[in-house]
Design a protein around this ligand. Structure first.
Ligand code: SF4
Ligand code: SF4
Length: 118
């Protein structure tokens, strides 16, 4: 089992692509819009969609849209880096030390390397 205290992100970008969703809380939207130099309305129109999970939609949360294409990259993934890193949502900040998916060993190069070093 990997040791989370020794985790170092390998910047592979794999957690920012593929199946799943990037959830933003309504109160996170204004600072992301400001960072991008957009009005809140324009940011919401261009980059967000209604969550497919009804409880999240009812709570007023949003999901980022994906880039077009089969890889399902987050719309803000650029060359395996986050284009909004200083203002990225709490979901992104918390991964993988606060939360992770069950199959993280399949795609997170940082976790794979941490395990390899044990
Ligand atoms: S907002 Fe940034 S960190 Fe979060 S999924 Fe998108 S590219 Fe990755
Ligand atoms: S999948 Fe893991 S190693 Fe790759 S960018 Fe995400 S946290 Fe870093």
């Amino acid at each position: 089992m990997y040791n989370v205290s020794e985790f170092r992100c390998a910047m592979c970008g794999n957690c920012c692509r593929g199946e799943g969703f990037v959830r933003i809380k309504a109160d996170e939207a204004p600072r992301i819009a400001e960072f991008l130099g957009l009005s809140l309305d324009e940011f919401l129109r261009r980059y967000t969609r209604t969550p497919e999970i009804k409880s999240q939609a009812r709570a007023g949360d949003l999901w980022f849209v994906d880039k077009p294409g089969p890889e399902q990259d987050c719309i803000f993934l650029e060359n395996n880096l986050c284009a909004i890193n200083p203002v990225k949502p709490q979901q992104c900040i918390g991964f993988p030390l606060k939360w992770r998916t069950n199959d993280i060993m399949d795609y997170c190069v940082g976790i794979q390397r941490t395990e390899h070093e044990d």
